[in-house]
Design a protein around this ligand. Sequence first.
Ligand code: AMP
Ligand code: ZN
Length: 114
Amino acid sequence: MEDCLFCKILKKEIPSTKVYEDEKVYGFVDIYPMSKEHYLFIHKNHTSNVNEMSKATPNEIGEVYQAISKYTESNELSKNGFRVVTNVGPDAGQTVFHTHFHVLGGEKLGRFGS
Ligand code: AMP
Ligand code: ZN
């Protein structure tokens, strides 16, 4: 989608540091890491948030989670633990309107909430 930051990353118009890619899903390093390891996993098909994705293309949720599972099982994250977060809307502070799943880990994480 035009003017979508993550679609531009997928088209390589904006650089990113790839950690995972398959036919449908792309994983890359978050530029403002909130933990020692912080990645973003996105589907190559644009939707604006996980609620839209779950209505329009629910299979994509599974595809993204399968990619996260492959990636985290290929390194220490799965063994040591990690967190997946997806922000929806203003109260959650969503800033990029291409559905994305934060994968946080690489250290003991604090509790979350407000
Ligand atoms: P959210 O606030 O949940 O919408 O998450 C958007 C995330 O995208 C934030 O954690 C940003 O740090 C991250 N971000 C913004 N621009 C880029 C970029 N060019 N490359 C990688 N991550 C980015
Ligand atoms: Zn997009």
